[in-house]
Structures are given as C-alpha cells and as structure tokens.
Design a protein around this ligand. Structure first.
Ligand code: B1M
Length: 210
C-alpha cells in the first residue's frame, strides 16, 4: 500500500504528526491495530535500524524516529488493550541496567495488557534489585527483561543468578527478549524462555500460566 510506504518514510524522517495521522487513516480503513503496529511501525523501525547500523543515520535522527513511533503506539495502546480478556497473571518488566532502549519493551507491555495480563513497567536501566523488589512487592508471576545491546544482555544472567542465590529463582517465570538475543542465549542464562517478539511473549506467558 502507498500509505504504508509513506508511513515508513515518515517514520524514517521522524515525522510524529504524520505518523499519528497515518495510524488514524489505517484504522479508519479498517486495519486491525496489531497490523498497523507490525506492518507500518515495526517494519519502518527495522529499516531505521539497518541504516543506523550502517552509519547512514545517527542517534538524533533515530531518536526522532523513536519519538514518532511512540506517538503512533500511544494511539494504538488503548485499542490493543481493549479486548476485555480475563485477568491472566501479573508481569513486571523492564530494560536491563545500562540499556535505555524501551520501544520493544513498551510494545511487549502493551500486548500483554491487551491479552489480559497486569503489567508493572519498571522502565529502563534497571539494576537487579529493581526486578526482585518489584516482583516481590507486586506478587508477580512473571519477570520480563529486555536488552537491545550485546553489551547489556549478559546482565540478564546477573539477575537470574541473583535470584538463584536468594533462593527465589523458581518463584517466578523469567522471560527474556530483545533483538540481539536468541533461544540458545535464553537457555544458557537459565531463563524460562526467550521471546522473539511481543506476540510470542504473550503466547509464551499464557503457556506457562495455563
Ligand atoms: Co540503539 N542500537 N543504540 N538506539 N537502536 C540498536 C539496538 C542497534 C542494533 C543499532 C545498529 O547498530 N543496527 C545497536 C546495537 C548493536 C549491538 O549491541 N550489537 C544500537 C546501538 C549501538 C546504540 C548506541 C550504543 C548508539 C550510540 O550511542 N553510539 C546507544 C546505546 C544507548 C544505551 O542503551 N545505553 C543507542 C541508542 C539508541 C537511541 C536512544 C537513539 C534509540 C532508542 C530510543 C528508545 O528506545 N526510546 C535507539 C534505537 C531506536 C535503536 C534501533 C534503531 C531500534 C530499536 C527498536 O526500537 N526496535 C536498534 C536497531 C534494531 O534493533 N533494528 C538499535 C523496534 C522494537 C519494536 O523492536 O526492540 O527488537 P525490539 O523489540 C521487539 C523484540 O526484540 C521483542 O519484542 C519486541 C516487539 O516485537 N522484545 C521482547 C524486546 N524486548 C523484549 C522483552 C521481552 C520479550 C520480548 O520480555 C519478556
């Protein structure tokens, strides 16, 4: 579709108003919120990621793109949460220490809420205490961790090892995700599961709590 292509260009250019308008138009055309999210916003951000990697885009531009993406996500959030699904369980989620990427985590939060989970979002740059304190305080079922950098993903193991040392590892389901991770890494650090994307996170959480 022409509009989707236009939106990917607008996301690339960090045009928040245009992205918000595009989201509204696609919804008016009868697109499902999830399709708008994945086929326009996430797809657009993937292109931004490639050019960031290749040194064509720099941090300020990528921040603009992220801002535009968040604008679009804010419109979709209530729609994705509108399912009226029965309460499924509770998850605390955050991006690990040293890492400030939050778009993927926010998306996971949104989709989990939409599927009926209660979500406590700890934000970015979380040291191990944040996860453990929040999980205890909130009586969570699930601890979710996000990392987007190869330099911060090892911190997930610090969190899990600390849980083990405190004898609370098996009190929670630990789910991990983020672009540089994979299944093998998830297994190696002792997580219950690696989640490739937000939809998989929802399905995985449901499977564990069934
Ligand atoms: Co950053 N960055 N960045 N960045 N950035 C990446 C990650 C990078 C791959 C870009 C690249 O080179 N191609 C690269 C990492 C390389 C590496 O580690 N090997 C990189 C780098 C290098 C950096 C800096 C170091 C750059 C610098 O300063 N020189 C710096 C680090 C800052 C820090 O964290 N300390 C940095 C900064 C930034 C910005 C601030 C400019 C901005 C972040 C804005 C924000 O988040 N508010 C930014 C962005 C936007 C990106 C890219 C372009 C896009 C990330 C994103 O939002 N993707 C990214 C390139 C890329 O990933 N393609 C990149 C969209 C999002 C929907 O996908 O986050 O993968 P994702 O989430 C998915 C799944 O992974 C999964 O579900 C989500 C939805 O489907 N998932 C989970 C994620 N978390 C989960 C948790 C779960 C389950 C599933 O828990 C249960």
């Amino acid at each position: 579709e022409d509009l989707v292509q236009q939106m990917m260009d607008d996301l690339y250019d960090g045009l928040k108003d245009e992205i918000e308008e595009g989201v509204h138009i696609l919804l008016d055309r009868g697109w499902a919120p999830y399709d708008v999210l994945t086929r326009a916003l996430v797809a657009g951000m993937t292109i931004v990621g490639h050019d960031f990697r290749d040194g064509i885009l720099f941090v300020p531009e990528v921040l603009m793109a992220a801002g535009a993406m968040k604008g679009g996500m804010a419109i979709l959030k209530p729609l994705l949460a509108e399912t009226g699904a029965p309460r499924m369980g509770k998850m605390v989620i955050g991006t690990v220490k040293g890492d400030i990427h939050d778009i993927g985590k926010n998306l996971v939060s949104m989709m989990m809420e939409g599927a009926g989970f209660e979500v406590v979002d700890l934000g970015i740059n979380n040291p191990v205490e944040n996860y453990i304190d929040a999980a205890r305080r909130e009586q969570a079922d699930i601890i979710g961790m996000s990392a987007l950098l190869t330099t911060t993903m090892p911190y997930m193991k610090v969190v899990i090892d600390t849980m083990k040392a405190q004898g609370i590892r098996d009190d929670y389901i630990v789910l991990v995700g983020g672009a540089p991770l994979n299944e093998e890494f998830g297994r190696a650090i002792g997580a219950d599961a690696y989640c490739r994307d937000a939809a998989v996170a929802v399905e995985t959480a449901k499977d564990f709590l069934r």
